[in-house]
Design a protein around this ligand. Sequence first.
Ligand code: ING
Length: 312
Amino acid sequence: MREIVIGAAQMGAIQRADTRESVVDRMLILLDQAKAAGCTLVVYPELCLTTFFPRWYMEDQAEVDTWFETEMPNAATKPLFDRAREYGIAISLGYAEKTPHGRHFNTQITTDRHANIVGTYRKIHLPGHSEFDPNRAFQHLEKRYFEPGDLGFPVFRNMDTWMGMLICNDRRWPEAYRELGLQGVELIMLGYNTPSVNSQNSDEGPEMRQFHSDLSVQAGAYQNSAWVVAVAKAGDEDGHQLNGGSIIVSPDGVIVQKAITEGDELLVHACDMDATKFGKETIFDFKRHRRIEHYGRITGQTGVIYPDGTKG
Ligand code: ING
């Protein structure tokens, strides 16, 4: 049995004025809790070092860049990597990445149990908009501050397991899970920062947002027979509420752990990676059941083209 005791390290709000050092201190407390609980892998949220800054409209690139990391680990995160190495715990965390060539990505990395980075993913599905939108209750400027990821959907071997990562909005797109599933992924780690209300539809509140999040993650896990660990940054960030509801989902699509607070909260579950096998060898044995000759639209077109040829 290939068991990994996984900690989903949900984090509460990070205020705009909070320092990275104060955030890492919170992450270290969660790591200590994970150590005490016997975890060997801990997953932190998307953009877990800072507030969700894409809610703020900025024109000065120098100001925008203050939210980005130019190396990982760095001075602020070195204590986390050092303690993870000391504990023999692999970690996965999301942050805003500025590359040496000046490119900007919403990135998640995963380490082995010696704090060596063995997987990097750059968010492909960027929601929101790129210009200030006065019709929105609040801004969601990921298309302004980040480029779409340029690494595809990597799957990598770590802890005797095929692992992959997604970030936040990616979890809503079945193609993203299937790209990982077609590489045999057994564990998908994803972080998210999801506003509790829809900036364009005030009728859509936290309950519906949580339902859609759970629905997407459970479907992705089940339809690719993989464990999915979905970890929120939650709570009230400078008056803007983010949903919690972090979950660990089994390859059968069952939620086996769910956060109950909107703060820093560690979920722990012993995940048997061999539990992914039955689904992959039966109902989701892709090589036996998929009919790719009929799937041309999925990669052949971006938007809707109606049968009469008009475009949606
Ligand atoms: N946040 C949100 C997410 O996909 C969103 C944006 C929420 C889009 C709800 C559509 C509906 O969870 C990020 N950071 O992608």
